[in-house]
Design a protein around this ligand. Structure first.
Ligand code: CP
Ligand code: NVA
Length: 318
C-alpha cells in the first residue's frame, strides 16, 4: 500500500488501519499483541454464535500462484463471517509475471477491492504488488515469509500456555518461510525460539538479524536432539516447500535424521505440544504417531488461521 487515504475529517478506528502485512515485522510488539487479543475475542464470538460483521460491503481479492487449502478457505470463510466477500483468483487467471506484472495486478485489483491477499513464489513479487496497490496487502505465503501462519502459531501457543514470553519453541527442519515468520513472531512476543536445521538449510541470515533487531535472534543448531531438549513446543514443516519439487529426493536424504518422532518428542518437556503448519507428510518430517497423537495441536493451529486472519482483516480494514 503506497499511502493511507482517508476522507477529510474522518478518523480510523484501528491503529492498524490501511497497513500491509508482508512479514509481521511491520508491526510492533503491542500491535502483534493487539491482533492476538482481537483473534481471541473473535474466536469467542464465533463459539457463542454471535454475529460480528464490520466488513459489510468490503471485498478481498485473493491471488493464488500456488495451491492452498487452509489459506484459501480460512480467508474466504473469514471475510464471509465478517460480512464481506472474498474473490479467489487462480494462477491460470492472472498469470502473474507472464500475462501481467505484479505491479499492474496490484494497481488494478486495488480499484475493485478493499484489500488484497496474495500467495506468490518470490517475495519480491508481493513487495512489488504491495507498493503499487493503494489498499492493504496481506502475504498469504511467499518463498521467504508466511506471516499469517505465524499469527496462528502464536495464538495456538498462547492458548496452551497462557503466555508467549519465555515459552521454549523448537523448530526442527528446513530454515524456510515458516521458520522465518516464526522467528519474527517469536522476537516480537519474546518467545524463545531454537531452530535445528541440516547443514546448508539454515534460515536466511538477514531475517535472523532482523529478528535480533526486533527482540531476539533464534538459537541455531544442527543437532535436532539438542534443539528439542526441554522444549514446550516442537514445530516442524515439510522438507520440500512449494517450488522446490526438483530437490525432493536430495532433501529426503539430507533431512532424514530431522524427523519428529516419538523418541524426539520424549526429549521435550513433559507438557510439550506438537505443531505443524500443514500440509504434512507422515513418515517424512513427522511420524503418524506424533501428528495424530495426544500432544499434537495441529488442527487447533489450522483452525486458528481463521481467527487470526479475521482479526487481521478487521484491524487493517476498519
Ligand atoms: N499452512 C498453510 O498455509 O496451508 P495451505 O498451503 O493449505 O494454505
Ligand atoms: N514451507 C511450506 C509451507 C506450506 C504451508 C511451503 O512453502 O510450501
Amino acid at each position: 500500500m503506497r499511502a493511507v487515504r482517508q476522507p477529510e475529517g474522518s478518523r480510523s478506528s484501528s491503529p492498524l488501519s490501511g497497513r500491509d502485512c508482508l512479514t509481521l515485522a511491520e508491526f510492533c510488539p503491542q500491535e502483534i499483541q493487539h491482533i492476538l487479543d482481537q483473534a481471541e475475542k473473535l474466536k469467542a464470538l464465533r463459539k457463542s454464535c454471535t454475529p460480528f460483521q464490520p466488513l459489510s460491503g468490503k471485498t478481498l481479492a485473493m491471488v493464488f500462484q500456488k495451491p492452498s487449502n487452509r489459506t484459501r478457505v480460512s480467508f474466504e470463510v473469514g471475510m464471509y463471517e465478517l460480512g464481506g466477500h472474498a474473490l479467489p483468483l487462480s494462477p491460470q487467471e492472472l498469470q502473474m509475471g507472464k500475462r501481467e506484472t505484479p505491479s499492474d495486478i496490484g494497481r488494478v485489483l486495488a480499484r475493485y477491492s478493499d484489500a488484497i491477499m496474495a500467495r506468490v513464489f518470490d517475495h519480491e513479487e508481493i513487495e512489488e504488488l504491495a507498493i503499487a496497490a493503494e489498499v492493504p496487502v496481506i502475504n498469504g505465503l511467499s518463498a521467504l515469509h508466511h506471516p499469517c501462519q505465524a499469527l496462528a502459531d502464536l495464538l495456538t501457543v498462547h492458548e496452551e500456555f497462557a503466555t508467549l514470553e519465555d515459552v521454549k519453541i523448537s523448530y526442527i527442519g528446513d530454515g524456510n518461510n515458516v521458520a522465518h515468520s516464526l522467528a519474527v513472531g517469536c522476537a516480537l512476543t519474546r518467545a524463545k525460539l531454537t531452530i535445528a536445521h541440516p547443514e546448508g538449510h539454515a534460515p536466511d541470515p538477514s531475517i535472523m538479524e532482523q529478528a535480533a533487531r526486533l527482540g531476539a535472534s533464534p538459537r541455531l543448531t544442527q543437532d535436532p536432539h539438542e534443539g528439542a531438549t526441554g522444549a514446550q513446543v516442537i514445530y516442524t514443516d515439510v522438507w520440500t516447500s512449494m517450488g522446490q519439487e526438483n530437490q525432493a529426493g536430495e532433501r529426503k536424504k539430507k533431512f532424514a535424521c530431522y524427523q519428529v518422532d516419538e523418541e524426539l518428542m520424549s526429549t521435550a518437556a513433559p507438557d510439550a505440544i506438537f505443531l505443524h503448519c500443514l500440509p504434512a507428510h507422515r513418515g517424512e518430517e513427522v511420524t503418524a504417531g506424533v501428528i495424530d497423537g495426544s500432544q499434537s495441536r495441529v488442527f487447533d493451529q489450522a483452525e486458528n488461521r481463521l481467527h487470526a486472519q479475521k482479526a487481521l482483516l478487521y484491524l487493517l480494514l476498519n
